[in-house]
Structures are given as C-alpha cells and as structure tokens.
Design a protein around this ligand. Structure first.
Ligand SMILES: [Zn+2]
Length: 87
C-alpha cells in the first residue's frame, strides 16, 4: 500500500512516504549526492534506530540534516534520538 506520509515506527525506524522512498539512499557513508538515511547505534542498548535524513549537495558533502520531509511535510528528525546523543 502507498505511504502518504512518513511515520516513525515503534522500532525506531521510519516508514517513508512514496516521495522519500524513491529518492532515499540507504547508506550514510555512501558516496552519493542527494538524500541519505542516517542511523544511530546506541552502545548502551546495542540498538540501532533511524536518526533522520541528511541532504548532500555533492558526494563529499557531510550533509544537512532535514527536519521535515520535502514531500509530505512530516517531521522526520528523531528528536528523542538527538537527545540521547547528547547524554
Ligand atoms: Zn515524507
């Protein structure tokens, strides 16, 4: 079924909307230009989850973190994970 909006699932990963699904690259370290999913590994819980999506302007760009999905407008920055990171 088509996903109209991006949604954060209980496992900490997003279910992306169709627009994001077609444009998103899987690996954060991939030498690509465009949108890349960033996952976070928590050493305390040994669990992996999705932090959000970065936009890379060229292959060597570290990328800009997106707070909203450009297609559906949903918030796609996993705030709880960002907070974890600072602790
Ligand atoms: Zn979306």
């Amino acid at each position: 079924m088509a996903n109209v909006k991006c949604k954060l699932k209980e496992d900490g990963f997003y279910e992306w909307c169709n627009g994001m699904n077609t444009k998103l690259h899987g690996e954060a370290n991939a030498k690509v230009k465009g949108l890349v999913q960033v996952n976070l590994f928590n050493f305390k819980t040994t669990k992996e989850s999705c932090l959000g999506v970065v936009y890379k302007r060229d292959v060597n760009d570290k990328g800009l973190m997106l707070n909203l999905c450009p297609w559906c407008g949903e918030k796609i920055l996993n705030k709880s994970k960002v907070k974890d990171k600072k602790e």
